[in-house]
Ligand binder design. Structure first.
Ligand code: FAD
Length: 368
């Protein structure tokens, strides 16, 4: 049973996956929750909406749900039906499209070869530049695919995406995109790959649809700090903002999204996302109809332009940034009534399933 103290609503800052799932868990345990978000909408970066032309688009870049966590999929299945969706990506090199991540077909098409699986393994073994230990993104990529593939697919793309050389980034980022000797051209290999049948925003509406959850939009925590009558705050915004930038700020990579619509074009490109590692200021184009399976006479796309300034999207994986985050984390430990959870509060690149998986544990810590 909730205690007297817990009968005041918990204040949840952020209506993304972290805040929404914690709020749901709290009210299911008998508490009340007041969720605030400074944006005009719920769903955080997973927000999707029907654009002016009637096409369902993801406002903050494509979000594809993939997980090996059956329990996370089951949990979210309470709030949505799903459509199967396996994301596929092509990379344009010297004007031609190749499967990405690099697989055997990429090698055969690029170098006009006819390798089988063991031939592809032998090829990678021949061209790789062994790096022991592989500490940076450059090390990891050279170690697995060698110089030529690195220069064609990764060198410029990394600079564009991160504003840094691959040798300046920690190894973890490259581990997301291994090379394959088979012909699996899916971007992810997780056992469950789906998309919410009626979109992410509706999934969030269902999570938050509880009498004991109130949602207040366009409310910035900075403007109401200390005003709420609550014994517990769950904070999913940037941790440095919570501590009023008392140290220097851990840097983020931002993005600008240029959405567009092409009337009377059934499909703009062959797959969900096409990467442009070497050309243009944008890093990729995504066509939403591939993701959602929507039928429409036209099609909507988004170009992603990586940039330094703007909303915080990607924590930059460098040792000094993590050290700076740790200093914030130390301060967070001294705040017994605040729980810091989610991508921005934990300064980690988390996929949606990781955030959903972590939120119930955060709620349990609050419930005690
Ligand atoms: P968010 O979704 O960022 O939610 C945090 C919320 O807090 C925001 O709505 C924000 O407005 C609010 N907030 C912040 N500060 C304040 C404040 N002071 N006052 C009030 N509200 C505040 N994951 C996948 O699994 N698959 C993908 O395909 C995928 N693609 C991605 C593409 C991009 C470009 C990005 C950036 C991320 C992608 N992700 C993807 C990751 C996914 O977006 C995150 O895992 C997920 O959104 C994290 O949820 P969250 O609640 O921690 O953060």
């Amino acid at each position: 049973m909730p205690t007297q103290e817990s009968s005041t609503p918990a204040q949840i800052v952020g209506a993304g996956f972290a805040g929404s799932v914690v709020a749901r868990e709290l009210v299911e345990a008998g508490h009340q929750a007041c969720v605030i978000d400074k944006r005009l909408h719920i769903a955080g970066n997973a927000y999707d909406e029907t654009d002016a032309h009637g096409v369902l688009v993801h406002r903050y870049a494509p979000h594809t749900f993939h997980t090996n966590g059956g329990h996370i999929f089951e949990y979210l299945s309470r709030f949505t039906e799903w459509l199967p969706y396996e994301h596929r990506v092509l990379g344009i090199v010297d004007g031609k499209r190749y499967p990405f991540p690099i697989n055997r077909n990429t090698l055969n098409q690029l170098y006009d070869m006819d390798l089988d699986e063991s031939g592809a393994e032998a090829f990678f073994e021949r061209v790789r530049e062994p790096r022991e230990p592989a500490l940076t993104r450059e090390d990891v990529v050279l170690n697995s695919v060698g110089r030529d593939l690195y220069e064609k697919f990764f060198l410029n793309h990394t600079r564009k995406q991160w504003g840094l050389d691959a040798s300046e980034l920690k190894a973890g980022v490259a581990a997301r995109i291994p090379a394959r000797s088979n012909i699996d051209d899916r971007y992810f290999t997780d056992t469950l790959q789906v998309i919410p049948k009626h979109g992410y925003t509706q999934l969030f509406e269902n999570i938050l649809d509880q009498p004991n959850i109130t949602v207040e939009l366009e409310v910035d925590f900075e403007n109401i700090r200390g005003e709420a009558k609550t014994s517990r705050t769950v904070y999913t915004g940037p941790i440095d903002a919570y501590f009023k930038y008392c140290f220097s700020r851990p840097p983020y990579r931002s993005l600008r999204f240029e959405h567009g619509h092409l009337p009377n074009v059934a499909h703009y490109q062959k797959v969900g996302t096409v990467n442009y590692p070497n050309d243009h200021a944008y890093a990729s184009i995504t066509e939403f109809k591939h993701l959602t399976g929507q039928r429409h006479t036209g099609t909507s796309i988004v170009r992603e332009y990586p940039q330094e300034d703007g909303p915080p999207y990607y924590p930059i994986p460098r040792a000094e940034n993590e050290a700076l985050f740790k200093r914030h984390e130390e301060l967070a430990r001294q705040e017994p009534n605040i729980t810091f959870v989610g991508r921005l509060a934990q300064y980690r690149y988390y996929n949606m399933d990781q955030v959903v998986g972590a939120a119930p544990a955060a709620a349990k810590r609050i419930i005690g």
